[in-house]
Design a binder for this molecule. Sequence first.
Ligand SMILES: O=C(O)C(=O)C[C@]1(C(=O)O)C=C[C@@H](O)C=C1
Length: 357
Amino acid sequence: MTDKLKPLREQIDAIDAQILALLNQRAKVAQEVGHVKAETNAPVFRPEREAQVLRGVADRNPGPMVATDVQTIFREIMSACRALEKRVTVAYLGPVGTFSEQAVYQQFGSAVEGLPCASIDEVFRATEAGTADFGVVPVENSSEGAINRTLDLMLGTTTLISGEVAIAVHHSLMTKTGNMDGVQVICAHSQALAQCQVWLNQNYPNIERRAVASNAEAARMAGDDASVAAIASEMAGTQYKLGVVKGHIQDDPHNRTRFAVIGHLQTLPSGKDHTSLVLAVPNKAGAVYQLLAPLAKHGVSMTRFESRPARIGTWEYYFYVDVDGHVNDAAVGKALAELKDQAAFFKVLGSYPVSLT
Ligand SMILES: O=C(O)C(=O)C[C@]1(C(=O)O)C=C[C@@H](O)C=C1
């Protein structure tokens, strides 16, 4: 056995030496890129370029490595190279261990400075003020729909959406002991309680449920008190030394949350982009139908349509619309110019590469 392993391990050692040399060769080039950017004050993080590199390696991957694993490795390589240029700071809805934090690493890799914030409002404030270079905020969940606070804050922010990232959201029921003995309350963010309600009704109908600021906060509370069970990610459970009572308790096994990366960067076209807009129309019959006509006219597909009350006491709404393409694309540009002419309110939230996941 060991006789057979030895030459194979020698091969792996030799390949690793080549990988290491190549990684550092790449890092030196990235440092040069960093110097060029510093001279012109150009942005270090370029989401469109990173998306193109990640799509490219998946397209060219000969196997047997799985394309998504190759992307994970290259995301980390770019993250480490980027950190040699500048380590970007990214604000997110904390504390440590939230799905928002997971989204930060999914988008930026691990060579990044995470800045946990107490609320979505604070993520916007930190990014607007420049305390953080970017912010990551939840936009919608596949089971529960829009994250209304994020939509409301998008209206008035000076930041732009420069990227999007979607992650699978798997909830676990966890306690200090790994069992439910003596548990009096199940804590989680209201979204997580809603995403697990069928399972909770079936399994623990008589235990009180309490909404808290975040799932990670619930995990922290459970770590302090054996009468509290938390619904959170296993990552948060590890953080607060919890045992898993039951994993994957979300009602939808394909539960996902999409996050927006906000910042001051106008992302360039990557070849596969989305553009987000907010619109309002005068309150009259057929107005919404007419409003969207320019999209059809110029062959621009709408990928999302969401409405929010304008909160001015009348039955008026803001419409959040995502379309395929980038504002710099001719068809999107023409459609948006016509939309703008008709709308009572019009704001482009940003154009950015379509999420890889
Ligand atoms: O191409 C660039 O602009 C780089 O800075 C290099 C690099 C990379 O490592 O490939 C790093 C950071 C950017 O976000 C994009 C790509």
